[in-house]
Design a protein around this ligand. Sequence first.
Ligand code: FRU
Length: 485
Amino acid sequence: MTYTLERADLFISENKHLLRQDYRLNYHLMSELNWMNDPNGFVHYKGQYHMFYQHYPYKPVWGPMHWGHAVSTDLMKWEYLPVALAPDQQYDRDGCFSGSAIEKDGKLYLMYTGHIMTGPNKEKDYYQLQNLAVSDDGVRFTKVDVNPVIDVKQIPDGASEKDFRDPKVFEKDGSYYVVLGSNDGQGNGIILLYRSNDLFQWSFAGEIARSDGSLGDNWECPDLFELEGRDILIMSPQRMPAQGNDYHNLHSTTYMIGSLDTDKGKFSYNEYRPVDYGFDFYAPQTTVDDKGRRIVMAWMETWETAIPTQDGHHWAGAMTLPREVKLSGDRLVFEPLEEVKAYRSNPYEAHSIAMDGLQDLDISGDSYELQVVFEAQQAEEFGLKLRVHGEEETVLSYRPGDRLFRFNRDKAGAGLGGERRCDVELENGLLALRIFVDKSSVEIFIQNGEKVMTGRIYPGQQSIGIQAFSNGACQIQSLLKWDIK
Ligand code: FRU
């Protein structure tokens, strides 16, 4: 099959009436039709936020990758633009894989991975190289004549000749740099750094980081940026083994705070931590906007899990809410953006609710923001049940005794189950939750974004109840809710 931009756009416009709305999200970016995975080319350009995404327009499954494209002025409401890249050249013939965007001399450049199959085995018979496309208006992109701009010949000894992908380009001290995810062929993820003066000619600048054995066998989607003078590396390790309560998904995301030495080609760091503690969060990408905010968005899914909308809904995959990344000591915190407030309606407020047992709250919904502060008091366990009806419920709970916060979706609805946990300390006896529920998603910002848990859920349409519960006496100090549409 030959893939072209025209064919993709035509197919989307002729078939989008097929979309089933039941689980379509109200305030998150989804693909216009069919498949979406990683965020790509996230950038603020000429007054708009641009988000591109890994996209297969023809079916709600992964296939030869295109780049879908949407723009927004506030990161909340998105408008779809024509598909930006299709796999229509020799050097990307089996997929335009993930990559990033950068503005140079008023033009918008996309750097992305060309995926090339050399035989029938999807797992083994392929190689990857890096390409460039450019646009004057941020809508129509032309792939440059000299592609590939980083060829397989430029892969250093000791790095995989196959897995060499997901360029994230940035400018530092007057040069351009790109980080790429790879592995050493021996089961360890690595990150490669290349340097350029013009985005067209690149030279290898070092293997800046490598797994110590605990961080998965291949690293995808690296992102390297500066925040308050520190260098932050975020990436997505594949098949990383669980550690205690952390890293229980098949593929994870982690961040490291350290320092990048571009002369030596090394990134040094001490610790790494999860970016998100939930079920569905992968391949995050950041950008900095005109207000100087560092903003991250991720694919609100992960590989090799069921996506109930693949069956008859004509879409699969969504992005998380945009989150501002801030430094707090030697950790990152993630906060919802101010922009969300403009979408609030039907405010509800209650204070000092004494709790012991299960309690219906006077509120309901399938698309809202909830801010709850619990005072733990004597309770052994307390929490919230969301999207409740009959047997269905999504349970968020906290136990002061073991300092564990849990997100359980065993009875959340269609398809999925399981529990994710994270360690959380009370602050002066208080637990503060800021929760965003959209029609098939939950994002929980715990203790002001110290930890975030993200997950997809697929409850029935009647499952809109909200309850609080406790085992032993505790108090809801404050409860605020707004619908978000
Ligand atoms: C991450 C990823 C990338 C790759 C893309 C392909 O989710 O596997 O490494 O470029 O998806 O769609």
